[in-house]
Design a protein around this ligand. Structure first.
Ligand code: GLN
Length: 474
């Protein structure tokens, strides 16, 4: 039997229950596909362990929809006994010593982790091209990037290698690749999912989230990994999300920040977005344009806050505790300098320098503290919109996927996340899903919701998915 992995989870689940297939069939199909693939989606495969686990599952009852399903995990999430490189030379030989909380949760559901996916180095980038292990290709057109930084996770799912993947999102790293690969990606409410075992980039923004081929499968994966955890004190004690919470509303009130029409956004993207809004209005929902003036500061805000936090988080990579070590050095300072100089790539070094600059005693008030104030203003503006509306919608990205191998300005890696960053800053949940295609490449829309209200996002996204497909009655 071929291409089991392309089937809907519901169908795979049914076949597993009926005993028509075994988990090992899914693992073997993945193994065959990944060997034949030239996407460069994975940094490390976990095939021996995956096969072993699949065999063990044969003795267990198929008790949930994720049972036996192969999943790809971004390589900044630790899996005991397996390398975690973060796409960097500095961690090339680092083997994880424990399981991230999300990994434990995947194992509780008897999912099979088949590999660790390629990514921009330390999640810093938007095309996958800052990875020490080379760029990942977009399965929909291999001359293009799948987006980043969760480039391998997106390519694995869009390329039919695994039905599901975990990514991480600091300022768009799940949502931008989801948009570029025609997938569904969720950046949950900040604090919904434990970050224990996620290598930190910017701790006040970092989130782990699900990537999938459709909305309901995304919700299943999110349900499996969310919830409070003693491992991460930022996780919320709010009742965890469950797929049963998704209930359809007759009419959604949807706000569109007028900023979405800014000239920075490609005209084709705007026209797909407006077209999508027409369908939503025709289905009876309320769509209003609103002002969110601080959205325009998203990128400078991110550049100060994310980079400041990164410069501090990445201090731990000094070559002493883990990872790459330089061989020739004179003293401690020389050792650390040479290790970090050779171990980090250009983009990471640039960001550490900018972050250190904005945190330095003479600049901290001008840049960092100011940015915290602006972040508060932006958050208040978004919260005010949610007092009157259920959802906020925007285009997902500024353009369609970017061609690989082109020389880029340093700022380009941030630009695509112009509309994703505001919700990272405020901590609101937001989901990206495909709306249409331009020149055969997908265009996504973003749906943000109130804190802990992923259920409304999913309920609406399910309806929009049917509208986009052109189903008759929704
Ligand atoms: N593209 C953005 C950056 O380069 C976002 C990355 C992320 O969310 N990890 O930082």
């Amino acid at each position: 039997m071929k291409n089991l992995l392309d089937l809907e989870l519901k169908k795979i689940n049914q076949m597993l229950k009926e005993g028509v297939i075994m988990p090992i069939d899914l693992v073997e199909e993945f193994a065959k596909k990944v060997v034949a693939s030239d996407l460069n989606a994975f940094i490390t495969l976990n095939l021996d362990e995956a096969r072993k686990q699949a065999r063990l599952l044969e003795k267990k009852e198929v008790d949930n929809i994720l049972f036996g399903i192969p999943i790809a995990v971004k390589d900044n999430i630790v899996l005991q006994g397996v390398p975690t490189t973060c796409g960097s030379k500095i961690l090339e030989n680092y083997i994880s010593v424990f399981d991230a909380t999300v990994v434990k949760k995947l194992k509780e559901k008897n999912m099979i982790i088949v590999g660790k996916t390629n990514m921009d180095e330390f999640a810093m980038g938007g095309t996958g091209e800052t990875s020490y292990f080379g760029p990942t290709k977009n399965p929909l057109n291999k001359n293009f990037s799948p987006g980043g930084s969760s480039s391998g996770s997106a390519a694995a799912v869009a390329g039919g290698l695994t039905p599901l993947a975990l990514g991480s999102d600091t300022g768009g790293s799940i949502r931008e690749p989801a948009a570029f690969c025609g997938l569904v990606g969720l950046n949950p409410t900040y604090g919904r999912i434990s970050r224990y075992g996620l290598v930190a980039f910017a701790s006040s923004l970092d989130q782990i989230g699900p990537m999938s081929r459709n909305v309901i499968e995304n919700a299943h994966l999110f349900a499996a990994i969310n919830g409070p955890s003693d491992d991460d004190l930022n996780t919320s004690s709010e009742k965890p999300f469950s797929v049963d919470d998704i209930t359809k509303k007759e009419k959604y009130r949807i706000a569109i920040p007028r900023f979405c029409l800014t000239k920075i956004i490609n005209a084709d993207v705007v026209s797909v977005f407006l077209n999508c809004l027409d369908k939503i209005k025709a289905a009876g929902h309320q769509v209003d344009f609103v002002e969110v003036p601080f959205m325009k500061y998203a990128i400078p805000l991110y550049q100060v806050i994310a980079l400041a936090e990164a410069s501090s988080n990445l201090l731990r990579f000094d070559g002493i505790k883990y990872g790459y070590q330089t061989e020739n050095y004179q003293d401690y300072d020389d050792f650390v300098t040479k290790t970090r100089t050779a171990g980090f790539g250009t983009e990471v070094k640039r960001r550490i320098m900018v972050g250190t600059y904005v945190l330095s005693s003479e600049n901290v008030d001008v840049y960092y503290k100011k940015a915290l104030q602006v972040r508060r203003e932006l958050t208040d503006e978004i919260k005010a919109v949610f007092q009157q509306y259920d959802l906020i919608m925007t285009p997902a990205t500024v353009s369609t996927s970017l061609i690989l191998g082109k020389k880029r300005e340093p700022n380009e890696s941030f630009l695509q996340d112009l509309l994703a960053i505001p919700f990272s800053m405020s901590g609101h949940p937001s989901l990206v899903m495909p709306a249409d295609k331009i020149d055969n490449m997908p265009i996504g829309v973003q749906i943000a919701g109130r804190y802990y209200d992923e259920k409304t996002i999913y309920a609406f996204a399910l309806e929009l998915e049917a509208l986009v497909r052109g189903d008759e009655s929704v």
